[in-house]
Design a protein around this ligand. Structure first.
Ligand code: FCB
Length: 440
């Protein structure tokens, strides 16, 4: 088996990965899918906070999102790609800025649009996994201070109510918020001062351009506002969930967390444990009241008694600069479930690299580790790979590539990458119930 556990990752030739499966069997009904988000793929989300912050000077965003993947128009093509891989779930987000372009004014055109996506998912046999807020919010909401506004939970709940009233009866899972822990995860990663300064300057420039004292975003957060922002997000989750449940009590509702696989090198776990307590604990406790928890994992981060341990010389790195480690997914899932105690849905997992052979070699060992966690008793409902398409990766712009498909930036033509075949092959083999072992 490749690179599970402590063994280091060695990319294998794709030919070795196609056409065989491991002896891990996923439970019946396990959902296999792909994930994406509105702002990162739709294009021209020009009524949103992030669009506005991309345009100011200075801005921490490497480039504007512009037309993104043109998915607001090409979404049927995207659904065909998901179905074409033999998957049965699609995670996408509804853009609040489109649905409620002005405070209290709801757009039927936008609701029609997302309702059509839900219906066409179902027509293709795809379970819609719907994120109500994937970082981006309306411009008017940012002008009010975003999640720092005491009214934010009620405003979010009203929007959740409208969305659920329109098509909540036809979706499979509701994710209220995407990664409310991300700003604190990033604060632990130790972003360089230059990035921190630029974030502050971006919010100052946006506030000035919007003519408000504090224009605020969900994923560009000042350290001194982190705690208040988290309080607002936690309250918004509770209010949003209540609104969704009031419309559809049986719909599974949760939120998703950015969860690194934080491991200890040596025998001093103090730093790792402090990170877990500061970053994840409150959210994992909040999730105990939910139907499931979305786990989003991209890396393993090792710590010794004095801090984060850098990858060894010669390690294979992803574009984030962390070591590629397929076992990180299972590590994050096991930890999340041990603390939250609710079923897990892997709402994101993937790898940032321009070298698709790395992604192709990483998928199977990562999923095998996930299957082992399930075999050990961790309830996991499904897995949606991040991401269907190379897309707009926030402050990094279009330079980071996580997609199972590349997207021509001029024509928006989608091209399937070899890693997509590996993923599709793994899923097909699971469905067929194959338990062929890797040839010796
Ligand atoms: C997560 C985000 C997602 C994407 C991936 C790479 O933090 O939820 O939008 O950017 O990282």
């Amino acid at each position: 088996m490749l690179g599970i556990g402590d063994r280091s990752f060695r990319p294998a030739p794709i030919s070795r990965l196609l056409g065989h499966v491991t002896d891990i069997t996923f439970p019946p009904g396990f959902l296999w899918g792909a994930a994406g988000s509105g702002h990162q793929t739709e294009g021209d989300n020009d009524n949103s906070d992030t669009w506005f912050a991309e345009q100011v000077t200075p801005t921490v965003f490497a480039e504007p999102s512009g037309p993104a993947c043109d998915s607001y128009r090409r979404w049927r093509e995207d659904l065909d790609l998901v179905a074409g891989l033999g998957l049965d779930a699609y995670r996408f987000s509804v853009e609040w800025a489109r649905v409620e372009p002005e405070e209290g004014v709801f757009s039927d055109e936008a609701l029609d649009h997302y309702e059509a996506i839900v219906d066409e998912c179902r027509a293709r046999g795809l379970v819609p996994v719907v994120t109500y807020n994937h970082f981006t919010a309306p411009h008017w909401f940012a002008k009010r201070g975003a999640w720092l506004d005491p009214e934010a939970p009620a405003l979010f709940a009203r929007y959740c109510d409208r969305v659920t009233a329109r098509f909540g009866d036809r979706i499979g899972f509701a994710v209220t918020l995407n990664e409310p822990d991300l700003p604190r995860v990033l604060s632990w990663l130790g972003l360089p001062d230059v990035v921190r300064d630029l974030e502050r300057a971006t919010l100052a420039a946006a506030s000035e351009a919007a003519g408000v004292p504090a224009y605020r975003l969900g994923n560009v957060v000042l350290p001194e506002e982190l705690a208040a922002m988290e309080d607002g997000l936690a309250a918004a989750h509770a209010a949003g969930k209540a609104a969704i449940k009031a419309r559809r009590p049986d719909l599974p509702v949760g939120f998703s967390l950015a969860l690194m696989d934080d491991v200890v090198v040596g025998d001093d776990a103090s730093v790792r444990d402090r990170k877990r307590a500061e970053v994840y604990q409150r959210w994992l406790e909040l999730a105990r009241e939910d139907d499931f928890l979305g786990v989003q994992n991209y890396e393993r981060v090792p710590y010794d008694g004095s801090g984060q341990v850098r990858p060894p010389e010669g390690a294979v790195l992803n574009q984030m600069g962390t070591e590629i480690e397929p076992g990180s997914l299972a590590g994050a899932v096991r930890y999340a479930h041990a603390v939250a105690g609710v079923p897990i849905f892997v709402t994101e997992h993937g790898l940032a690299s321009n070298d698709d052979t790395l992604r192709a070699a990483f998928i199977e060992p990562a999923l095998t580790g996930l299957g082992e966690a399930i075999a050990d008793g961790v309830p996991v409902l499904g897995y949606t790979h991040w991401t269907l398409l190379d897309n707009f990766e926030w402050i990094f712009g279009y330079a980071f590539h996580y997609g199972l498909h590349e997207v021509d930036r001029a024509t928006f033509e989608r091209r399937r990458k070899p890693s997509a075949d590996v993923y599709a092959g793994f899923v097909a083999a699971q469905r067929a119930g194959l338990t062929v072992r890797e040839p010796a």
